[in-house]
Design a protein around this ligand. Structure first.
Ligand code: ADP
Ligand code: GN1
Ligand code: MG
Length: 376
């Protein structure tokens, strides 16, 4: 969602509401997220410079940010407890840490009604927008699989469903149809080929949702936004350190989580740069993803889930692609954009990836089968 003033908040006055002992030095926007606004702030703490991470939660997308914060604090508490019991694990680095407000709340509401939260900044680790090596792919998949595994015994019942039907592809498809019919910005003609591409793939939509509905696939506590840049890797060792961006953690399918790793790790181009002149899909990075995921998620995945891992990348790429296309047709009201046609280009990049994945389906199936048979 384009919001010119969004990255223009007074971080000095916002950050002083959080329990940080130090002298505020400066703050600047950070990261490449499409929904929230992220900043880092620098502090002088008795002569040492430290930084903290601050986020304004987009409350148009997340209608009730207090529910998100409830989910996040439950998840963090559980992860930290489990990590504390694992020899060699470091809960302070391998789980996020919320810094509370002075009166102990997880978030602060500013006078304009914005919701803010603060995290300890994890140093000596970084995120990547594009996967460069097989090790990065393997580590990212290991980290998300471990995250899911640690959450299999989350106490207290299911988390709040903070965005209803978030990964319900048939509903996303219906929303696309509605946007095409309304065509409020007269953009459908410019996207005619993209619309045809999407409409031709309706049969893919319900593969996971139908099986979740009738119990053939299980629900787990999942992350639901497993983009490569939502996992921090150690700067020195390259090992997966911490899964971040927990806004959409809720009940879901492991397939959408693994799929979004495939979508974001096998793409040899920015998310908004389709390139018709070359194949931007990197099958060579699919194998380490499967291997890493097998290592940590293998213990809890069911055969029906393993059976669909090879097409899960295509399914979530389709889901995100039609969301980008819908937003383009509706006038770019959801995802932040920085230029015209950016959502259309994002959709086209997803569709280009889908075409490649369709052609490489057999190889992908073979990789999954070989990996899971070898480790069974
Ligand atoms: P968004 O919802 O906007 O994607 P994220 O929570 O993913 O926000 O944060 C944006 C970026 O900020 C991440 O890609 C990561 O590089 C960095 N980041 C987020 N949380 C931390 C943290 N606790 N420590 C260090 N860097 C972080
Ligand atoms: C959004 O916030 P961010 O950039 O991590 C979106 C995801 C999409 C992603 C596409 C709440 O994630 O669902 O997959 O953009 N998050 C929400 O890059 O809609
Ligand atoms: Mg993010």
């Amino acid at each position: 969602m384009v919001s010119p003033s969004a990255m223009n908040h007074n971080l000095f006055s916002i950050t002083r509401n959080f329990r940080i002992s130090g002298r505020f030095l400066s703050a600047e926007p950070y990261g490449n997220g499409h929904i929230n606004d992220t900043y880092i702030a620098w502090w002088d703490c008795n002569g040492t410079r430290i930084r903290t991470l601050h986020q304004r939660i987009n409350h148009q997308v997340f209608n009730d940010p207090s529910l998100i914060m409830d989910n996040i604090s439950r998840v963090i508490r559980h992860l930290r407890r489990k990590l504390a019991a694992i020899p060699g694990a470091d809960p302070d680095r391998e789980a996020l840490s919320l810094i509370p407000t002075w009166d102990g709340a997880d978030f602060f509401r500013d006078p304009e009604g914005n919701y803010w939260r603060t995290y300890v900044f994890i140093e000596n680790a970084r995120t990547y927008d594009i996967c460069e090596t097989a090790d990065q792919a393997r580590e990212a998949a290991r980290a998300f699989g471990r995250f899911q595994h640690l959450l299999t015994d989350l106490p207290g019942g299911p988390l709040h469903e903070t965005i209803p039907f978030f990964h319900h592809t048939p509903r996303r498809f219906a929303a696309l149809r509605g946007a095409i019919e309304r065509d409020v910005c007269n953009r459908a003609a410019a996207a005619a080929a993209d619309i045809d591409f999407a409409l031709a793939r309706e049969p893919l939509c319900a593969v996971v949702t139908d099986r979740l509905a009738d119990g053939r696939l299980p629900y787990h506590t999942t992350h639901n936004d497993t983009k490569l840049n939502n996992v921090m890797l150690d700067c020195l060792t390259g090992r997966g350190v911490c899964v971040i961006d927990l806004d959409t953690v809720m009940s879901g399918s492991s397939l959408y989580d693994f799929g979004d790793l495939v979508r974001t790790c096998t793409r040899d181009a920015p998310e908004d740069q389709p390139d018709p002149d070359r194949d931007i899909f990197r099958l060579d990075l699919f194998r380490p993803l499967v291997e890493g995921y097998h290592e940590t998620a293998g213990p809890f995945l069911q055969p029906a889930e393993i059976e669909l891992l090879a097409i899960s990348g295509r399914l979530i790429t389709f889901t995100i692609g039609i969301r980008f296309l819908t937003d383009y047709l509706e006038g770019d009201t959801y995802f932040k954009t920085h230029r015209t046609n950016q959502n259309l280009d994002r959709a086209r990049t997803q569709f280009q990836l889908i075409s490649s994945m369709e052609q490489r389906e057999k190889e992908m199936r073979d990789i999954v089968a070989a990996t899971f048979a070898a480790g069974a």
